[in-house]
Design a binder for this molecule. Structure first.
Ligand code: AMP
Length: 188
């Protein structure tokens, strides 16, 4: 089985969670979500978790040097060395992206996956989901923030020839099929 070393992007409601789960099952790759790691630290109530929570609860990003340290340590663990990684929620800034590319080395990253679902479609999906925090304005604001944050990062991966953009409109199985087909030529 080829080893997968990738990062995954997608707007809220694009199906990134579902496709990530399928990918890690298929490739036996650790799913490394920085949001999950930070929430776990907050739940544990460590000093680090308390500091992270100050940023997170204010809706801000945790500083680059902090999150980069967390990811660097995680990627150094044996499971990532052996089975690769699927990074989720990282990188979120150009600084993070540059450090990741450096950490991985010239052939160390197979792909930056973008599950692409147009804004009107994800907006509709979120409205159907009907959560209390899914007002029209809140949805629009979150999507705008995501665009601002992620746009430059995706552009950087594109210039490095690493961007794999997959049409995310369709059934879960259809999207996964497209994803595998797009990844296959990149995996050794
Ligand atoms: P997420 O679940 O990925 O949306 O992450 C939840 C929160 O954790 C974010 O709103 C940020 O405050 C923080 N966070 C997660 N990943 C990162 C990252 N790569 N850089 C900075 N902050 C992050």
């Amino acid at each position: 089985m080829p080893r997968l070393r990738a990062v995954i992007f997608g707007r809220q409601g694009a199906g990134k969670g579902t496709q990530s789960a399928r990918l890690v099952e298929r490739f036996g790759t650790p799913h490394i979500s920085t949001g999950d790691m930070l929430r776990a630290a907050v739940a544990e109530g460590t000093e680090f978790g308390r500091k992270a929570n100050d940023y997170m609860s204010a809706g801000n990003l945790v500083p680059d040097e902090v999150i980069i340290g967390v990811v660097r340590e995680r990627l150094a663990k044996p499971d990532a060395a052996e089975h690769g990684f699927l990074l989720d929620g990282f990188p979120r800034t150009l600084g993070q992206a540059e450090v990741l590319l450096e950490l991985c080395g010239p052939d160390g990253l197979d792909a930056a996956i973008d599950i692409d679902v147009p804004i009107p479609v994800v907006t509709e999906r979120m409205k159907l989901r009907g959560r209390d925090d899914d007002t029209d304005e809140a949805i629009a604001r979150r999507l705008e923030l995501y665009e601002k944050e992620t746009g430059p990062v995706l552009a950087l991966f594109e210039t490095r020839g690493l961007l794999v953009s997959v049409d995310g409109v369709g059934t879960e199985a259809e999207v996964f099929g497209r994803l595998l087909a797009a990844l296959e030529p990149r995996l050794s």
